[in-house]
Design a binder for this molecule. Structure first.
Ligand SMILES: [Zn+2]
Length: 194
């Protein structure tokens, strides 16, 4: 079998190389790597012997590696559906969407969505580009904006309704994220729509 490098095949980056050495499953689904000398491709989490870095190239998807002439590793089965991790991240996201009103901690999330806090945090960040904490804040601010626009509820009450019962904290975070205090944000909206 002859394998040739094409321009869409990238050499391995520092981050990806780390993931391969550490068998870091939080990268599974984000890339796969192929080894030029063996003609085999693997998931980052594969426990097989670490290849020589110079022989490694990465692909976004298993199909690309197969098209380029590589065979899937029998040990880590990189062509299997990535279901588990994708589903897990979707479940965590859904849990936050349903429970942003409650006091949500990383521990509570990992208890309800099963998995260690450390692994949950890392995996979520890889897939969503932000930590669960950042996603929770973003969700709360988005809901607060909706309530400010669509109701006359006092600001403190809105903070409580979106899971931030401390009014000073709610106002500070809202201002940091939007540039306005909740009261100013509401006033501005009203002026615009008048
Ligand atoms: Zn493998």
């Amino acid at each position: 079998m002859k394998i040739r490098m094409k321009n869409h095949e990238a050499p391995v980056s520092e981050k990806q190389w780390r993931a391969i050495i550490d068998c870091d499953s939080s990268y599974d689904g984000l890339f796969i790597y192929a080894v030029l000398t063996t003609g085999i491709f693997c998931k980052p989490s594969c426990r097989s012997r670490v290849p020589n870095r110079g022989n490694v190239i990465v692909f976004g998807h298993a199909e690309e590696a197969r098209t380029a002439g590589f065979r899937p590793c029998k040990r880590c089965k990189p062509t299997d559906r990535l279901g588990p991790i994708e589903d897990w991240v979707a479940r965590i996201t859904q849990y936050i969407d349903d429970h942003y009103k409650d006091p949500l901690t990383l521990e509570a999330l990992s208890y309800h969505c099963h998995g260690s806090p450390y692994h949950l945090q890392r995996t979520f960040k890889r897939w969503k580009g932000m930590t669960p904490g950042e996603y929770i804040q973003r969700t709360r601010i988005r809901k607060a904006k909706e309530l400010l626009a669509g109701s006359d509820k006092p600001v403190a009450e809105i903070g409580t309704a979106v899971g931030m019962p401390s009014a000073p904290y709610f106002i500070t975070l809202f201002k940091r994220k939007t540039g306005y205090t909740p009261a100013d944000f509401r006033k501005l909206l009203r002026e615009k729509t008048r």
